[in-house]
Ligand binder design. Structure first.
Ligand code: NAP
Length: 129
């Protein structure tokens, strides 16, 4: 099992960064294709490193995404997230690895929110009804 937290950010033209892959492919899918036995789980890329391992630095309920093609690998990754302090109800399984196209393309919004709020200690919460 491989937990991929990476974002395909290209800073070569300054800020804000662009994405080296998007729309019809993603970094998570590229890693899975390059290493078919790796059972890639994409998670944690939508928060900064402090929040990854200590979600309590952001107050209240907020959401962390997981996606990947292997259910067992996602269970293992979820156990890691719980160990970091993420409540189970905060962990949203988006399905197969291709769902990380969305979580990677979220980064331009994350960067804008970082600039607007002045802190990387931020996250979003998915609410329904
Ligand atoms: N930091 C965060 O808060 C955060 C949050 C969400 C996601 N991420 C993602 O997590 C990843 C790592 O972030 P980071 O903040 O740890 O970045 P970083 O401090 O810049 O570290 C990047 C690491 O990757 C290595 N590296 C770069 N190009 C390489 C290559 N071609 N081959 C092998 N190793 C290479 C670098 O090695 P050298 O030191 O030898 O150059 C360095 O150890 C990124 O994809 C980032 O988007 C980070």
């Amino acid at each position: 099992m491989l937990i991929d937290v990476a974002n395909p950010l290209d800073f070569s033209r300054g800020m804000p960064p662009s994405l080296t892959v998007c729309n019809t492919d993603s970094l998570g899918e590229q890693i899975q294709r390059a290493h078919p036995a790796a059972r890639v789980v994409k998670t944690l890329n939508t928060v900064n490193a402090d929040v990854m391992v200590n979600p309590a630095v952001v107050s209240g309920d907020h959401t962390i995404f997981v996606c990947g093609d292997d259910a067992g690998a996602k269970e293992t990754a979820t156990a890691v997230l719980v160990d970091f302090g993420w409540p189970r109800h905060a962990i949203l399984d988006l399905g197969g690895i291709s769902a990380c196209r969305g979580t990677e393309m979220y980064l331009p919004l994350w960067v804008a929110m970082r600039q607007a709020t002045g802190t990387g200690h931020l996250n979003i919460r998915v609410i329904t009804e």
